[in-house]
Design a binder for this molecule. Structure first.
Ligand code: CMP
Length: 135
């Protein structure tokens, strides 16, 4: 079924000049870009977006990183897009992500891992409402 996913191309990707490379992969896959905005996450949005992680030890440096500069927020749609995008970005740790995935090919970090994508229908709903309330 056709779904929507909230995808963030993180500040490390923009600093490294990888926005076009990453967007291009989603385009070539045939996904539809329904919204695309350059945004800078503030502390409040970070806490809402990462509500399930705020108490974890890795959260303070993650928050610092995610608020460190502009990111690209996008809404992608397509058949089973939530699972398709998760497959394309690879597992969290860039050192372990499979070759051929975005993180596997382009990241060597488990924090600065280039892309975030909703991990299921519930998080997609929450994240889409948070980032694109008018869509
Ligand atoms: P993301 O898909 O945005 O969701 C949670 C983020 O937390 C994850 O990508 C990583 O950037 C970060 N993260 C998850 N686990 C760790 C960890 N063990 N150490 C550092 N960062 C992590």
């Amino acid at each position: 079924a056709v779904e929507r996913s909230l995808v963030l191309i993180k500040p490390d990707a923009l600093r490294r000049g990888l926005l076009g490379e990453i967007l291009g992969r989603f385009e070539r896959k045939g996904l539809v870009i329904e919204a695309l905005e350059l945004r800078t996450m503030d502390a409040e949005l970070a806490d809402q977006h990462y509500a399930e992680h705020v108490d974890k030890a890795f959260y303070p440096p993650l928050k610092e990183f995610m608020t460190s500069g502009p990111l690209a927020a996008l809404v992608l749609s397509g058949d089973e897009v939530i699972a398709v995008v998760r497959e394309m970005i690879g597992s969290t740790d860039g050192r372990k992500a499979a070759a051929g995935t975005i993180r596997g090919d382009l990241s060597l970090s488990n924090r600065e891992n280039l892309v975030h994508a909703s991990d299921g229908p519930d998080s997609a709903k929450h994240e889409l409402a948070l980032w694109f309330p008018n869509l």
